[in-house]
Ligand binder design. Structure first.
Ligand code: PMP
Length: 450
């Protein structure tokens, strides 16, 4: 579709937004949201007709891009036949979505509890673990994001939890592995894995193993920096959980549904959790949907005794119809394979090449369509290009990087001192090359701050 400029319409949309929309995570007077006129595939455009290549996949959810015609048609068909229905009934779109998801989740994660998104999936996974074990505490990583609702934000490690920490009950944070900024003075992946596992074991010993209901980890931590865990770490956590009777929850809200070049990131490591949360890519974010995939043992806990939790829109037919269509599109069009092959064959090597040429890039890491560039002032000291959680003037280098990328037609994902390269999983080779050229230009601006 060719964008038609219509600046007056854009101005009206913007004016109403500024008058009445209260935006997430923002100082309301300091933001300037772009008015978006349309989107298709890997692109969106504004009311001036300027097109952007979306290397953010929205908030890392449009795994099959915008407006996929088969998913749009499935939503229209579902709307025409059964737009909504209460959760206590068996409904075709819901049961088919659950079947397709269960078929793809690892191990015996065969029962699906549907939610409206990722945070409520995390809330319910934690509640299931507490009820299953009868224990109060949850352990989670400092470098993590698990959602914006009360328990999910408490479990989250990033600074957005600070304001809610006073309400945190039974949440204990620990350090998960991240070799580039190792908390364990490790120099090799083997050391990082061994020391991170020893640290987790010690944390559990001091907390009291009989008090820990669950350990929750993002399989590949996303928002906090796309840190693919080193070999052996997740298998080690699995073993620790088994030994202490702790429920192992993997949060695949961002990493799931093709993002890492596998259906689920757990498949990269051959690890099967007891509970797995998902959202975003399950239907490319076309209609809000998330859920928890539950192993047989925990599902059985609620065989004869009711599970005390639910949502009015659990398994909403429109959202589930979108999930069925999305999963079928991903299977039929080889979307997971595309992410894996273009990630390993094109994007990964091209980002490594950018890193070699740009002094502002301290590290490139990732897999599939899930990459981060860590920007630094100094490669030797690894001092971040902007301080931790920088705002205003302190964040000027990242603001300049962002502006340069946009000027070159690329919409980049920026978080603290990093840019995440997370295009749709069905992105084409030509689109990747176009985005990489814009990234090259924007990194030259970042180089000016080193
Ligand atoms: N868990 C992870 C790993 C996430 O990345 C996110 C969202 N970025 C969430 C949970 C929360 O999902 P939602 O915003 O849909 O509530």
């Amino acid at each position: 579709m060719t964008p038609q400029p219509n600046p007056e319409a854009g101005a009206a949309v913007k004016a109403a937004d500024r008058a009445h929309v209260f935006h997430s995570w923002s100082a309301q007077d300091l933001i300037d949201p772009l008015a978006v006129a349309g989107a298709e595939g890997s692109y969106f455009w504004d009311y001036d007709g300027k097109r952007y290549l979306d290397f953010t996949s929205g908030l890392v959810f449009t795994n099959i891009g915008y407006q996929h015609p088969k998913v749009v048609a499935a939503i229209q068909e579902q709307a025409a036949t059964m737009t909504t229905f209460a959760p206590a009934f068996a409904v075709e779109a819901r049961s088919e979505a659950a079947r397709l998801i269960a078929e793809r989740t690892p191990g015996d994660l065969d029962k699906i509890f549907f939610t409206n998104g990722g945070a409520d999936a995390v809330e319910h996974a934690v509640r299931m673990a507490r009820l299953h074990t009868g224990r109060p505490k949850v352990l989670s990583a400092y470098r993590s994001y698990h959602g914006g609702t009360q328990q999910a934000i408490n479990i989250t490690g990033d600074p957005r939890r600070w304001a809610s920490d006073g309400a945190a009950a039974g949440v204990v944070h620990f350090w998960a592995p991240f070799l580039y900024r190792s908390r364990f003075y490790a120099e090799t992946e083997e050391q990082e894995t061994a020391r991170a596992l020893e640290h987790l074991e010690t944390t559990i010993a001091f907390e009291g193993p009989g008090t820990v209901a669950a350990i929750i980890l993002e399989t590949v931590p996303g928002t906090a920096g796309i840190m693919v865990p080193p070999p052996g770490y997740l298998a080690g956590v699995r073993e620790i959980c088994d030994r202490h009777g702790i429920v192992f929850i993997l949060d695949e809200v961002m990493a799931g549904f093709g993002r890492t070049g596998e259906w689920f990131a757990a498949d990269l490591f051959g690890v099967v959790p007891d509970l797995m949360t998902f959202a975003k890519g399950v239907n490319s974010g076309y209609v809000p949907l998330g859920g928890v995939a539950i192993c047989e043992r925990i599902a059985d806990t609620f065989g004869k005794r009711p599970y005390p939790g639910g949502l009015t829109y659990s398994g909403h037919p429109l959202a589930c119809a979108a999930a069925v269509a999305t999963i079928n599109v991903m299977a039929q069009e080889g979307v997971v394979e595309n992410a894996r092959q273009l990630g390993a064959g094109l994007l990964g090597p091209a980002l490594a090449d950018l890193a070699a040429r740009h002094p502002s890039v301290g590290e490139v890491r990732g897999t599939g369509m899930f990459w981060a560039l860590e920007l630094v002032k100094d490669r030797e000291t690894r001092e971040p290009l902007v301080p931790y959680n920088a705002t205003g003037e302190a964040n000027a280098p990242m603001a300049a990087f962002t502006a340069a990328a946009r000027q070159h037609g690329l919409w980049p994902f920026v978080n603290m001192n990093r840019t995440h390269v997370v295009p749709p999983c069905n992105v084409t080779e030509a689109e990747l090359k176009e985005g990489l050229a814009a990234l090259d230009a924007a990194l030259s601006v970042a180089d000016g701050y080193t």
